[in-house]
Design a protein around this ligand. Structure first.
Ligand SMILES: Nc1ncnc2c1ncn2[C@@H]1O[C@H](COP(=O)(O)OP(=O)(O)OP(=O)(O)O)[C@@H](O)[C@H]1O
Ligand SMILES: [Mg+2]
Length: 226
């Protein structure tokens, strides 16, 4: 572990899609610092660049400009292998579109995530239980409801107890009861295991659980004040 107060530091991030006339400048010099053990909610209107930001923070795609420092390590010079390694070791990611492995059933989606990190898979059943998807764990994602897929995706992201959990609207497809159960689980991961959580959300229930809420506008964080 690095000794910086911040586990994630983004400085001057720029990201565009397309080029020429149709270029879309989505992130425009965005700064964001996230303390170790923080539970941060990120809000903003549809299309403002929340998922784009989360993908950059999770090293899923590269920045056009700016730096991302994770646990004291500047990721700018890292090649794809270095980024993948850092992601595997430190980051859990819940995608807005889940990205579950379609040919594997629920159980194996989680077990594989542990196995590729050389971790014991014995926690798999317990995780499925905690997320309320044990009864459908024999099914492939396409045979599950959207809410079940979402809970499975969260179970997969937290299975290896990552230092940083990046979650893109993880309660978006859940009813209020399941959303509450999910928030409870994440709050516990945050308080007991000290996991840092960065969560995109449109929900007031989530922002109540979070320790800090920031908003995105015009490609920047408007109220960055850690
Ligand atoms: N791979 C891509 N190629 C081209 N344009 C993209 C790509 N990804 C995102 N964009 C564009 O960037 C903008 C921001 O997209 P992003 O997915 O980050 O928004 P968002 O804030 O997460 O929205 P939502 O709340 O609807 O999920 C959008 O206008 C989108 O069309
Ligand atoms: Mg999004």
């Amino acid at each position: 572990m690095g000794d910086s107060e911040y586990i994630l530091e983004a400085d001057g991030l720029h990201k565009s899609f397309g080029s020429g006339q149709v270029a879309e400048h989505v992130l425009r010099g965005l700064d964001l610092r996230i303390r170790r053990g923080e539970f941060l909610a990120v809000m903003g209107p549809s299309g403002c660049g929340k998922s784009t930001l989360l993908h950059l923070l999770g090293l899923m795609s590269g920045t056009d400009e700016g730096t991302i420092v994770i646990d004291g390590l500047n990721t700018t010079g890292l090649g794809e292998t270095g980024r993948a390694e850092l992601r595997r070791r430190k980051i859990g990611f819940v995608f807005q579109r889940f990205n579950l492995i379609s040919v594997l059933n629920g159980y194996d989606n989680i077990a594989l995530s542990l196995r590729i990190r050389g971790m014991d898979t014995s926690r798999t059943g317990e995780l499925l239980e905690a997320m309320g998807v044990k009864a459908v764990a024999h099914k492939k994602p396409s045979q599950m409801s959207i809410g079940q897929q979402q809970r499975l995706a969260v179970a997969r992201a937290i299975a290896h107890k990552p230092d940083i959990l990046l979650a893109d609207e993880p309660t978006g497809s859940l009813d209020s009861e399941n959303a509450e159960a999910l928030l409870e689980l994440l709050t516990r991961a945050n308080r007991q295991d000290g996991q840092t959580i960065v969560m995109i959300t449109h929900s007031d229930a989530v922002t109540e659980a979070a320790g800090r809420v920031v908003h995105m506008k015009d490609g920047k964080i408007t109220n960055e004040n850690p």
